[in-house]
Design a protein around this ligand. Structure first.
Ligand SMILES: [Zn+2]
Length: 177
């Protein structure tokens, strides 16, 4: 389903320099990887799930390896967060437990569980949308990547498409009230 975005391959680079994303976004026509994650979040909301979406991107090819929204309700699984599902799909696809040449885009600051999974998966770079002061585990709460028990700290870029991601969540929780 992600074939239309194969053209994004040309904009992905394996380098770790800080200008990478700016270069990518200025060259890239729509949709961006974060927009794909937002689509997954919208899909989750339509299923009555908390609207969080994630995609895993192979940075060498630019290919979107996997995408997922939250499925905790559908799967009766408290661990079925978008990031966990997207990581599992990507590692299964690649046939490896590690995602060293992959970036993960997620619409909300990952929780401590997902932060640990992202570290275990050796994700190269984490992009997230909205900050989550209540449940986040990156810039809030346990700040998982800053612990000495964390052996791989991905590069982290937060606040990408932040307003879109947080509006989705706000609308979802307003409807529940
Ligand atoms: Zn999580």
């Amino acid at each position: 389903m992600y074939e239309p975005y194969a053209s994004l391959a040309a904009t992905a680079s394996g380098s770790l320099d800080d200008t990478d994303f700016q270069v990518q976004s200025s060259k890239m026509s729509k949709p961006t990887y974060m927009e794909l994650a937002l689509k997954e979040a919208v899909g989750a909301a339509e299923q009555g799930e908390v609207p969080v979406g994630a995609v895993v991107v192979d940075v060498l090819s630019g290919e979107v390896l996997s995408g997922a929204g939250n499925r905790t309700v559908a799967n009766n699984d408290p661990t079925a967060h978008a990031e966990i599902i997207a990581i599992r799909k990507a590692t299964t696809k690649l046939g490896t437990p590690r995602l060293e040449n992959c970036d993960l885009y997620v619409t909300l600051e990952p929780c401590p569980m997902c932060a640990s999974a992202i570290s275990f998966a050796r994700v190269r770079r984490l992009y997230f949308g909205a900050y989550d002061p209540k449940g986040g585990g990156i810039d809030h709460g346990p700040r998982v990547f800053e612990h000495s028990s964390c052996h791989h700290r991905p590069e982290v870029i937060g606040g990408l498409e932040e307003s879109q991601a947080s509006d989705l969540l706000k609308n979802f929780f307003q409807k529940l009230r």
